[in-house]
Design a protein around this ligand. Structure first.
Ligand code: ADP
Ligand code: MG
Length: 252
């Protein structure tokens, strides 16, 4: 091929955003000659590299867009430290079928038992399956809902949430809500109901939700939304870090 033809090929690959093919086509052509590949094998090998790169990019993008406060992997979770939790159930959730069915997951239990860790771990697993995920602390979400409402952008905010497959609401019930805050949160959860999965982590047993939401009817409405076809994981025991410290184990 003439140098003009190479130049044109590379321009077109750039225009078409075929970066992996651009990077690889020459090396793969040499390999094709060496190994006596058919034209189809050469083409298939380039397409496979492009496709792999895109999958990797998509995963990285999904993880970035999810705005996890830290990255915590399921693989680093010590299930033996928490015998009350069924490891197989968590690993089955990580396969992601609950997302297709828009089912909620509730993680209930005392602080320090790994609820946030597992919520992020499930979130990362979803991102790696190409799903759109968004992590919020509950207070952070309520603030954003307030802000959106102040500028008449609430419908837009809800539409955007409906374009995700998973919303994580961390630390529900640590801080009581204002009346409007509780209403906005209810509006948010009912908009997502049966359409987008929610993972909620909380230290509050269901019977105490009314204390932070302030209104009986709204509380039962919210509970209906988030418990309907939900997966409930209970966390019982003593704070993981506290135990680690007492046992003189310095790994986090
Ligand atoms: P919670 O959200 O229940 O308050 P976190 O998920 O914030 O608890 O856990 C507190 C810290 O302890 C985090 O750094 C977390 O990674 C770690 N941790 C808790 N439980 C475990 C566990 N079983 N295995 C590994 N790390 C854990
Ligand atoms: Mg937490």
């Amino acid at each position: 091929m003439s140098s003009d033809a190479f130049w044109q090929l590379e321009q077109q690959l750039k225009q078409l955003h075929l970066g992996a093919i651009l990077d690889q086509y020459q090396a793969q052509a040499e390999e094709a000659v060496r190994a006596n590949w058919s034209y189809e094998t050469y083409l298939a090998s380039l397409i496979e590299r492009e496709s792999e790169r895109r999958t990797g990019n998509r995963r990285r993008r999904r993880i970035k867009e999810a705005r996890f406060p830290v990255l915590k992997e399921l693989a680093n979770f010590d299930f033996e430290a928490l015998p009350s939790l069924n490891k197989q159930r968590v690993l089955a959730l990580a396969e992601g079928h609950y997302l297709q069915r828009a089912e909620p997951v509730l993680m209930v239990g005392n602080p320090g038992l790994g609820k946030t860790h597992l919520a992020i771990g499930l979130g990362l697993a979803a991102c790696r399956q190409g799903q759109r995920v968004r992590f919020y602390t509950t207070t952070g979400l309520v603030n954003e809902l307030h802000q959106a409402q102040d500028v008449y952008q609430l419908p837009r905010f809800l539409d955007r949430a409906l374009r995700t497959q998973l919303v994580i609401l961390d630390e529900f019930g640590y801080v009581p809500f204002s009346t409007t805050g509780a209403q906005l949160l209810f509006q948010f959860c009912s908009a997502l109901h049966e359409r987008v999965s929610l993972i909620i982590t909380t230290n509050l047993p269901f019977g105490d939700w009314v204390q932070v939401l302030g209104d009986e009817r709204l509380t039962s409405g919210l509970l209906d939304c988030v418990t309907f076809r939900s997966h409930i994981l209970e966390f019982r025991g003593e704070s993981y870090r506290f135990r680690q410290q007492r046992e003189g184990n310095t790994t986090p």
